[in-house]
Ligand binder design. Structure first.
Ligand SMILES: Cc1ncc(C[n+]2csc(CCOP(=O)(O)OP(=O)(O)O)c2C)c(N)n1
Ligand SMILES: [Mg+2]
Length: 567
């Protein structure tokens, strides 16, 4: 018998979805049976990854999509499993990361009208008025499969949204009887269900931007997530070289530019200082960025001309957003960069001026590199800067790092000094807990890569490490997990100082953000998934611990956790 559930699995296979991160419930007998039948008949079926908690399932699909650019499927249980996805839906939405979420719904009948009709008490409890409303504010598309007959078309349509800019999560539901229903076979030609073709710039806009960059004294490119496409990184390098423009990253969630390139002028997160390159620039080109600067702290100089090209320039899911750009365009950044470069030929710039500016950029870049390097030396205390520098040297340029380092985000960005696209990710969202699941997903996407997660101690607990490390062992996805243990949550302390610098809380030793008697973080992972545990308290202990941990990951193929007590 061919059911709607079997049709959904077939659609996933057609679309190239390799993994189904699943947390099953009473809404899923149709799917569980269809998976069993596919296996018995040796039919292709996505590999099921059992996820004991939904947040980790979603974070794994998030990491996978960042590493491989493709949506995977996450299966959850009715409204309850949808709620338990929690902030991971926010993260995928804000990060514009494609994920297909599938959720069952309580049966729609209670007298045996169709197979799947209600037969358990919980099906009355879990019948809610607006299940899809739980995620409506976040997903790019949501729909209920009302008749099994076109289940495949709905899956393909959902994936088309997920993979079309601005990409993001999509949500599809079906009541239990629909998942059980017998449906006709539907043939799909996937070539007719592709995402939207990349959008180019209006040629006039390309000309205007090229003219402004060519005529600028200090042109600057600011970007945050252009690096989600490797092609875009190469195009940005050419663009920067063509115009001798400097490049800064603001709140990056990808490697957007090689940090060893002479045009690279650094990265900024929450640091409370005016960015010098931004203050100097007379023309600023913002490419794929949600927060190119924080105006209260750092901003372009008065009179600077600002151009903005983005996959999502209106920031459709942010009620308040503006940067004072005189031209804003929706376009694929790789394509746009190429167009702007091509348009530059018309503005025969002065080659000597370009040469001079490139030399100036190289001097500035060298100063930045030296400044970063100076903070990396070993002192008395174990600092995050020293730790990240040692990590960089130990893991090499090809290792893939996911970072949820919160008040140390900038330290990780600066001192890892990534040179290759696709080797450093952060979630792009603000709901802590992405790190561990994302690392598992990245490892599944790139099994040959060394994968590292680096996170705050608070973020380690948010990530549900017992689930993460059970999954890492069960599905042979070992990774190195580094906990920046600063005794709790530092971010709320910085927030209170930012708003009430002279208040009582600013200097109070206890404002309920510390974790006295902290958990043994490494032991949690050892207990849950046999991870190799390390606790590091001093500079001297760090390198040997890193060596042992990397041996465990590389040679013994098991995860390792380093609980690093930093100053
Ligand atoms: C799901 C979620 N809950 C709460 C917060 C608010 N929050 C922001 S930073 C932070 C503390 C993070 O602690 P840790 O990971 O140890 O980083 P640190 O601040 O110490 O650098 C909290 C609780 C959040 N962003 N997401
Ligand atoms: Mg902390």
């Amino acid at each position: 018998m061919h059911t709607a559930s079997a049709a959904i699995l077939e659609a996933l296979v057609e679309a190239g979805v390799e993994y189904l991160f699943a947390n099953f419930g009473s809404d899923h007998p149709g799917l569980i049976e269809a998976i069993a039948q596919a296996r018995a008949a040796n039919r292709a079926c996505p590999k099921v990854i059992t996820a004991p908690t939904e947040m980790v399932a979603m974070s794994a699909a998030h990491g996978f999509a960042q590493a491989r650019g493709r949506a995977q499927a996450v299966l959850v249980h009715v409204d309850c499993g949808t709620q338990a996805l929690g902030g991971a839906v926010h993260n995928a939405a804000k990060g514009r990361v494609p994920v297909l979420i599938i959720a069952g719904m309580s049966p729609a009948t209670q007298e045996g009208e169709a197979r799947g009709s209600r037969n358990e008490f919980i099906q009355w409890i879990q019948d809610v008025p607006d299940q899809r409303g739980l995620v409506r504010g976040y997903v790019r598309y949501e729909n209920e499969i009302r008749l099994g007959a076109n289940a495949k078309q709905i899956v393909h349509r959902a994936l088309q949204f997920a993979h079309s800019d601005p990409c993001g999560p999509v949500y599809v539901t079906a009541p239990r009887e629909v998942l059980e229903s017998e449906v006709p076979e539907v043939a799909i030609d996937v070539r007719r269900w592709q995402p939207l073709a990349p959008r180019a710039l209006d040629p006039e806009a390309a000309r205007e931007i090229a003219g402004a960059l060519a005529g600028a004294e200090h042109p600057l490119i600011v970007t945050s997530y252009a690096g989600r496409s490797r092609a875009a990184v190469a195009e940005l390098v050419s663009l920067a070289e063509t115009f001798a423009a400097g490049v800064i990253e603001s709140v990056p969630s990808y490697v957007n530019f090689p940090t060893d390139h002479a045009a690279y002028l650094g990265v900024q997160w929450n640091e409370r200082r005016q960015n010098a390159a931004l203050a100097r620039a007379d023309v600023v080109l913002v490419l794929d960025s949600d927060v190119p600067w924080i105006g209260e702290v750092s901003r372009p100089r008065d009179g600077a001309r600002i151009f903005h090209v983005d996959a999502d320039p209106l920031k459709q899911q942010m009620p308040l957003w503006y940067i004072g750009a005189s031209l804003q365009c929706q376009a694929d950044v790789a394509l746009a960069a190429r167009q702007i470069r091509a348009a530059a030929e018309e503005f025969q710039g002065d080659p000597e001026r370009i040469e001079r500016r490139l030399r100036e950029l190289a001097v500035e870049h060298a100063a930045w590199t030296a400044q970063v390097g100076a903070r990396e030396s070993a002192g008395e205390k174990l600092t995050a800067e020293y730790l990240v520098a040692c990590l960089r040297d130990a893991i090499g340029e090809d290792a893939i790092v996911v970072s949820e380092s919160v008040t140390n985000f900038h330290v990780v960005s600066q001192h890892l000094r990534r040179t290759r696209p696709g080797t450093l990710f952060s979630s792009g969202g603000g709901s802590l807990g992405y790190n561990g699941g994302a690392a598992v997903g990245v490892k599944l996407a790139q099994p040959d890569a060394l994968v590292v997660a680096i996170c705050g101690d608070g973020s380690y607990l948010f990530s549900q490490p017992s689930t993460v490390h059970w999954m890492a062992r069960r599905y042979e996805a070992p990774f190195l997990h580094i906990v920046l243990n600063n005794g709790g949550w530092r971010a709320p302390r910085q927030a209170v100082i930012g708003v009430h610098p002279d208040g009582i809380a600013a200097t109070s030793p206890d404002i309920d953000i510390h974790f006295p008697q902290p958990p043994d973080y490494a032991a949690i992972a050892a207990a849950a998934g046999g991870a190799h545990p390390e606790t590091v308290r001093t500079v001297a202990e760090l390198k040997p611990a890193l060596e042992r941990a990397l041996r465990a990951v590389r040679n013994e193929r098991r995860s390792a956790v380093i609980d690093a007590h930093i100053a």
